[in-house]
Design a protein around this ligand. Structure first.
Ligand SMILES: Cc1cc2nc3c(=O)[nH]c(=O)nc-3n(C[C@H](O)[C@H](O)[C@H](O)COP(=O)(O)OP(=O)(O)OC[C@H]3O[C@@H](n4cnc5c(N)ncnc54)[C@H](O)[C@@H]3O)c2cc1C
Length: 557
């Protein structure tokens, strides 16, 4: 009898699902009538179109690809009529955080990639208005083609990634405006009732509205960053003028923890006292250096008693890799940049094994040397290191490149021959980013690294850590939880959850979340004051929860 009831239940729910889906497909046809057939895609698996190395997957109603604001408004009106939730994205390459997969099931993805125009550019002030489909590569080409002396705010991800999606998600890079949402001065969006949001001063034709981030009155634009309050159709960003000089310092702190703490203190002081010149600082732990220089030990990994920590220690000893590696990025005119670089070197020297300053001349020499060096096994590691240094220098000068995506293929994945074709979501890589904010003190950074090592050891994951300053007070750590999707997905998810809980217990949490972890925020399983205030705002702006349901929201129990 029990079995009969169960089978009956399965049959009824399957039939309902089938019926429901048929209804959605029909509804999608009516959307095509409104905006055009070519702008609607019938696809029910988001990962088929927007794959993520984190292996996120959601059922979707389909995809709409608007070409203009009118299309966006028509999509919103249609979604209201058919009670369908929308999930807007720019280029959908939010790899490691969910890719283009919505947070919740059964949304219609609104892919803004075809709205890819540069609308306005002020070549004196460096203010530029972009649609969401404009990529880092597009902006870089635009600036170089016209010899405009401004940096594109690039990241270590692909040149095919958007500027607006990245900024809305609070992405960051190394060019002078490291925090990309900080660079946004104005946002235009379509709200859930189809109306337009536009800054007050912009609508009043105040010329400086595009230049002053805060405008006048409450700052509303913040709701669109990591929020779910509308579809951003346009944004203005501030570009930083190109300095004639950029310098990159690579340093290896002595292996003693005490020395590392001193290095963090000194680099913090350098950022505090040389604002804008010392632009950003990065640290990489030993596991990161090993992963950068050696292939993953595929065969050994299969052994049940494989010990990751022992292997990392052996590998780092063999190649004389340091406990920590540091990078400092400096911008300024010739004199200023070199004075700052010398000051950094002088102050860090007592606590470092080596410090090398790379300016334009030295990079040129290194590139020339790399061309002459024969491609033989004993030299391959050095050649690869020179390539990485030279590519990092280009990134520092605002040139986006796919090269750094190669890191996502370390544990698993088929690396395409052509760099421009790298796509860790599509190529079988396994990666979830875990990105907590930490106070910039040596003790805090070491404590976090120890937590990561302990947690990763519990789940058989390599404890790879890098850290990038977002200010002189705060640093973001990045743990790429790398795994083989064929065999290790479950342990990677468990590691992600364990990291979140262990770090929360120790007082740190990510500044940016994977779609699966957005619901984990909250104190003692209670709705926080922050969340309840946000829900009230949401009630007024989007009462039916049409826009990006679940995005940075605690899910209902
Ligand atoms: C190896 C590797 C290195 C990486 N390095 C970096 C790095 O250095 N810095 C960095 O920041 N990231 C990095 N990433 C992560 C990621 O690839 C980039 O942040 C990328 O720019 C995000 O994808 P996107 O630009 O396509 O944004 P999207 O995926 O289009 O957008 C991200 C989210 O923002 C929201 N959104 C986007 N557009 C809109 C809109 N028009 N209206 C409303 N909401 C919208 C959506 O919720 C969307 O899911 C890296 C990833 C990998 C794998």
């Amino acid at each position: 009898m029990g079995l009969f009831i169960y089978l009956n239940f399965v049959y009824v729910s399957r039939s309902y699902q089938h019926y429901w889906l048929a209804g959605q497909v029909k509804a999608l046809d009516t959307l095509a009538e409104h905006i055009g057939k070519d702008k609607v895609i019938h696809e029910h698996e988001s990962r088929a179109l927007y794959p993520c190395p984190s292996q996120a997957a959601r059922h979707i109603i389909g995809v709409a690809k608007p070409h203009n604001i009118k299309d966006v408004q028509a999509i919103v009106a249609w979604a209201n009529t058919h009670n369908i939730k929308l999930y807007p994205l720019s280029t959908g390459r939010n790899w490691g955080y969910g890719g283009g997969n919505p947070v919740e099931e059964d949304c219609l993805i609104v892919d803004m990639g075809d709205m890819d125009q540069i609308r306005n550019f002020d070549p004196d002030l460096g203010s530029i208005t972009l649609q969401p489909g404009v990529t880092q590569g597009d902006l870089y080409n635009f600036l170089t083609d016209h010899s405009y002396p401004f940096f594109a705010p690039v990241t270590g991800s692909s040149p095919h990634c958007s500027l607006i999606g990245n900024a809305l998600e609070r992405g960051y890079g190394v060019t002078p405006i490291t925090d990309h949402f900080q660079g946004i001065t104005e946002v235009k969006a379509v709200l859930a009732d189809g109306s337009i949001y536009q800054g007050q001063l912009d609508q009043m034709d105040v010329e400086s509205s595009k230049l002053a981030k805060w405008g006048a009155g409450p700052y509303v634009e913040g709701l669109f960053s990591q929020g779910n309050f509308g579809i951003v159709v346009e944004a203005t960003i501030k570009l930083e003028a190109k300095t004639d000089h950029s310098i990159m310092i690579i340093f290896k702190p002595s292996d003693d923890a005490e020395d590392f703490e001193q290095v963090v203190r000194i680099s913090r002081e350098l950022m505090q006292t040389q604002k804008k010149v010392v632009s950003a600082i990065k640290y990489f732990n030993k596991a990161y250096s090993v992963a950068l220089n050696m292939p993953v030990p595929r065969d050994e990994l299969a052994a049940p008693d494989f010990d990751i920590t022992a292997w990392l220690n052996d590998a780092s000893k063999k190649h004389r890799l340091p406990e920590w590696l540091g990078l400092i990025f400096i911008y300024g005119n010739d004199d200023l940049a070199h004075i700052a670089a010398r000051e950094c070197k002088k102050r860090l020297a007592p606590h470092c094994k080596s410090i090398v300053i790379f300016d334009r001349k030295k990079i040129k020499l290194a590139r020339a040397a790399n061309k002459i060096l024969p491609n033989i096994k004993p030299l391959q590691m050095i050649k690869a290191q020179i390539d990485t240094v030279s590519a990092s220098y280009d990134l520092l000068r605002g040139m986006p490149q796919s090269r750094f995506l190669k890191a996502a293929y370390w544990r698993a994945g088929e690396l395409p021959d052509n760099q421009d074709d790298y796509h860790p979501g599509r190529d079988g890589c396994g990666l979830i980013w875990y990105a907590p904010m930490l106070p910039m003190t040596g003790k805090d950074l070491l404590k976090f690294e120890q937590i990561t090592k302990d947690v990763c050891a519990r789940h058989g994951i390599f404890p790879v850590v890098s850290m990038t300053t977002i200010s002189e007070q705060c640093i973001t750590a990045l743990v790429p939880i790398m795994f083989d999707p064929a065999t290790e997905s479950e342990q990677a998810f468990a590691c992600h959850k364990d990291l979140f809980e262990s770090c929360q217990a120790a007082g740190s949490l990510p500044y940016r979340a994977h779609i699966d972890s957005m619901a984990w925020y909250g104190a003692d399983n209670q709705t926080t004051h922050f969340q309840s205030a946000l829900q009230k705002a949401k009630q007024h702006i989007d009462a039916d929860g049409l826009m990006s349901p679940g995005r940075y929201q605690r899910r209902k129990a």
